[in-house]
Design a protein around this ligand. Structure first.
Ligand code: ATP
Ligand code: MG
Length: 378
């Protein structure tokens, strides 16, 4: 549990997210006690594997355990551990038992309970050494009101903060590898996302748009429901091509993206703009280029992958399940109007002069007016 943040709020949001995620796997009772969220199946038909896996994608959860319930006596607890954790215990060389007792009427205290269960498990698995300091596995026993529970060590959860606890941000989502990762990383910090995609039909195909929606759909696993804003970008790009020097195409285009993102942020109560830029990856991602791009946006521009190598970004993309979709071969709008010799160290006054012929405000308003909103459920 976090310190310093409003704990009640944290817990309420976490419970809401957990309930939403398990609801597709059956009827569960979900409640929190002492920084632990309990998810208990209420019917035999609950899909426990599905629910367990889903719990590993909930932001704000540090670790996940799957526990076996049993009667509240030493023999039943030992028997449950022996059967339920058999494979784990057979594979380990050392272990210890750690007990917690919420039911204070239980006749043994937690140290006695650990000793009894530990002794009995040692008899059942004679190859296991007891190691209270650095055991390979810990058998956890918890005696609560309704029953006793046995589980092994936790598996890592998704970490981070519950969705929305830090507010809302617009995230620029292209069909590439980087922006789904940057979106995920910011969502993980407790931020609700408004994905914005710039679509250049017919220079890019309907499949390219579908691909972005598919990436957003994958992200809803972690981020909950989202409304993707698809902004028609063709007219702006054609104007830029007609009116501006080629070496500045990309930069000017990116400035339009930032302006439109800032306007959507304003409409949606978003407090920042997120991009998948990584320093030095392409000409438009030098420090000078970033300066020129963000000059038109007075919100914080968050770039969570700024210091990551492509390999590191790909590792995250694989982990969160977006990589395979990202590498599908559909052009995204940036590649269509790429200058042959882009400026890598642009100066702001030069770029401002280069876009002086454009009626920026009218172009921005026209694109906003034709923006399509697509609601995706998780
Ligand atoms: P990505 O792999 O995310 O596409 P990239 O390395 O290809 O990133 P660029 O194409 O220069 O880099 O884009 C940098 C960032 O700008 C992207 O990560 C994304 O946040 C945003 N962006 C680029 N193109 C679009 C688009 N068509 N719609 C929305 N955002 C975009
Ligand atoms: Mg791209």
């Amino acid at each position: 549990m976090l310190k310093g943040l409003n704990r009640r709020n944290f817990e309420d949001r976490l419970l809401r997210d957990v309930r939403r995620r398990v609801s597709t796997f059956g009827t569960f009772s979900v409640y929190a006690k002492q920084s632990t969220v309990y998810v208990e199946p209420q019917e035999a038909s609950c899909d426990m594997d599905g629910a367990y896996d889903a719990m590993k994608t909930v932001f704000g959860v540090v670790g996940v355990n799957r526990a076996k319930a049993c009667a509240k006596d030493v023999d039943a607890i030992t028997e449950a551990a022996r059967i339920y954790l058999e494979n784990t215990l057979l594979a380990a060389r050392s272990f210890k038992v750690e007990s917690k007792r919420a039911d204070k009427t239980f006749p043994l205290n937690s140290i006695q309970l650990s000793q009894e269960v530990g002794g009995a498990l040692h008899d059942a698995f004679p190859h296991l050494a007891v190691d209270v300091h650095h055991p390979e596995i810990t058998v956890h026993v918890e005696v609560r009101e309704a029953a006793a529970y046995v589980h092994a060590d936790p598996e890592p959860g998704a970490g981070g903060l519950p969705l929305g606890i830090s507010g809302r941000a617009v995230t620029l989502l292209s069909g590439g590898i980087d922006s789904p990762v940057s979106s995920y990383m910011i969502a993980k910090r407790g931020i609700e996302l408004i994905p914005v995609h710039f679509f250049s039909y017919p220079y890019t195909s309907p499949e390219a748009k579908e691909k972005v929606l598919e990436l957003a759909r994958i992200l809803t696993r972690y981020c909950g429901r989202m409304t993707v804003h698809v902004v028609p970008f063709t007219e702006i790009q054609e104007e830029i091509r007609k009116q501006c020097p080629e070496e500045y195409f990309t930069l000017i285009m990116r400035r339009f993206m930032m302006r439109i993102a800032a306007a959507i942020a304003e409409q949606t109560g978003s407090k920042a703009v997120v991009t998948g830029e990584s320093l030095g990856q392409v000409a438009s991602q030098t420090m000078e280029a970033l300066r020129v791009t963000e000059a038109v946006c007075d919100l914080p521009v968050l770039r969570p992958v700024i210091g990551m190598d492509k390999e590191e970004i790909i590792r995250v993309a694989r982990k969160i399940g977006t990589f395979e979709t990202s590498i599908l071969p559909y052009e995204d709008c940036c590649t269509v109007f790429t200058p042959r010799h882009p400026r890598t160290r642009p100066r702001l006054p030069d770029v401002e002069r280069a876009e002086a012929k454009l009626d920026v405000e009218t172009l921005v308003q026209a694109a906003l007016g034709k923006t399509e909103r697509i609601a995706l459920d998780s």
